[in-house]
Design a protein around this ligand. Structure first.
Ligand SMILES: [Zn+2]
Length: 438
């Protein structure tokens, strides 16, 4: 998600206080924290009726767990729920600092979404189950020494063959939990269907598919255990603030201006002290240098759009036609699955520019088709960074079609002479309009 400052300025400070100073907020708030409403965590039953009712209430949804939806609520929210006849339970006591250990032992408050440890286990499970097709690599360590994992999928997986390589990245931004699930499930799907599905088998045989589902493991863990809306990594900026926005820390046109990223350490789009100052973005840079990727997708949420370079300027790239056609075809295929429409267009064509992001860097450095895929929902009103557990599969299924298309394109592109691709693109171009809303 590109534009977080507007969503987050109020939420950020209230909720950080809420999580870090929970008991103080609750018990001392009437005296000390006059500027903040008394805030609680409550839960409601996760029923269809309740989900429909709360859609329009602008709630701060925390998570789903055990058949209940958890919400950050002040007195106004509670009276709104009362007005809608939605019963709720106070859950604040379960989130006190004293209980953090219990939550860790139980595997976190992340429900069906992966934590770092759960992802590590599931990736290694895939490698063990499909030793001929899957291999897990540790491509670098995070600031807090967690491993950044890459899953490789190919026939003859242990050898580096001359095949089209496609890279899928997830979770640069900690709170975008769905962006871990989509690339992970892509890997799982390719492996589980290889022997049953000739199309998948051909695709995998001709390709090397690389999946890094969790670029920001420290941030994700922080989001799960302490503060659901955390976005950046966990860099101690030395001035009382934490975190660098990893998707503003890449080295192409880094810090181009202060609109597309921020020099301020407390900003949610703080770009860091230098290009690739962070070990997590550095790991992706060094990993990419060891390969010849033909295309790249970096998953984010939310907005339901497919963005391509440039993000830092409104000028088009010299590959604008190609990027536009690929995005249009991905969008079209995705819509056939659940009817959900993904807008598409140049990154800077939306409301805000972005500098130092992954896709400007991969395109600017390697000239490869590069896409930021902002997963559903399409708007804040529909849940912003919160995706229901039941939506993981539908969102994955539609994104699977886009991913297969791009893998197939990369494989064909490798075997086709350049001029015939250009001719194909020219024929397609006339049918396609850029539909990204301004
Ligand atoms: Zn994001």
């Amino acid at each position: 998600m590109k534009n977080i400052d507007k969503i987050n300025s109020w939420n950020f400070y209230t909720k950080r206080l809420l999580f870090l100073f929970f008991l103080q907020t609750i018990f001392i708030a009437p005296v000390v924290a006059q500027n903040y409403d008394l805030t609680e965590i409550i839960s409601i039953e996760n029923s269809h009726i309740n989900r429909e009712k709360i859609k329009y209430l602008h709630l701060d949804l925390l998570m789903e767990k055990g058949g209940r939806i958890y919400i950050v609520a002040d007195s106004e929210v509670m009276s709104e729920l009362n007005g809608q006849s939605i019963p709720f339970i106070l859950e604040t006591h379960d989130f006190s600092p004293d209980n953090q250990l219990d939550i860790s032992i139980q595997g976190g408050a992340n429900g069906d979404f992966h934590s770092y440890v759960e992802l590590e286990r599931d990736l290694l499970d895939l490698e063990n189950t499909f030793p001929d097709l899957a291999k897990v690599y540790d491509i670098g360590d995070s600031l807090e020494n967690r491993n950044i994992y890459a899953l490789k999928i190919s026939d003859n997986v242990l050898s580096d063959e001359d095949e089209a390589e496609t890279l899928f990245l997830g979770c640069h931004h900690a709170r975008e939990w769905i962006s871990v699930e989509v690339p992970f499930l892509l890997g799982k799907y390719l492996l589980e269907n290889y022997h049953q599905d000739v199309f998948i088998q051909n695709l995998v045989d001709q390709s090397e598919i690389w999946i890094v589902p969790l670029v920001n493991p420290d941030g994700l863990e922080y989001s799960i255990h302490f503060y659901r809306y955390w976005r950046k990594n966990r860099r101690d900026n030395g001035d009382g603030t934490y975190g660098v926005d990893l998707n503003r820390n890449y080295g192409y046109q880094w810090g181009y201006d202060n609109n597309g990223s921020s020099p301020n350490t407390n900003s949610d789009v703080y770009r860091g002290t230098a290009p690739f100052s962070e070990p997590e973005s550095l790991a992706i840079r060094d990993f990419s240098a060891q390969h010849h990727f033909s295309s790249l997708v970096s998953y984010h949420s939310y907005s339901q759009v497919i963005l391509y370079p440039w993000g830092y300027t409104s000028l088009p790239t010299d590959q604008d036609v190609l990027l536009n056609v690929l995005a249009a075809n991905m969008s079209q295929r995705m819509q056939t699955v659940n009817g959900r429409y993904y807008s598409f267009g140049q990154g800077s064509g939306s409301l805000y520019t972005t500098n130092g992001d992954t896709t400007d860097w991969s395109f600017g450095t390697y000239g490869i088709p590069s896409f930021t895929l902002e997963l559903p929902p399409s708007s804040a009103q529909l849940g912003e960074f919160f995706n229901a557990e039941g939506d993981i599969q539908p969102i994955f299924q539609e994104n699977l079609q886009a991913a297969l298309y791009l893998i197939e394109w990369a494989a064909q592109n490798k075997s086709l002479p350049k001029d015939s691709i250009d001719n194909i693109l020219r024929r397609h171009r006339s049918k396609i309009t850029n539909t990204l809303k301004k």
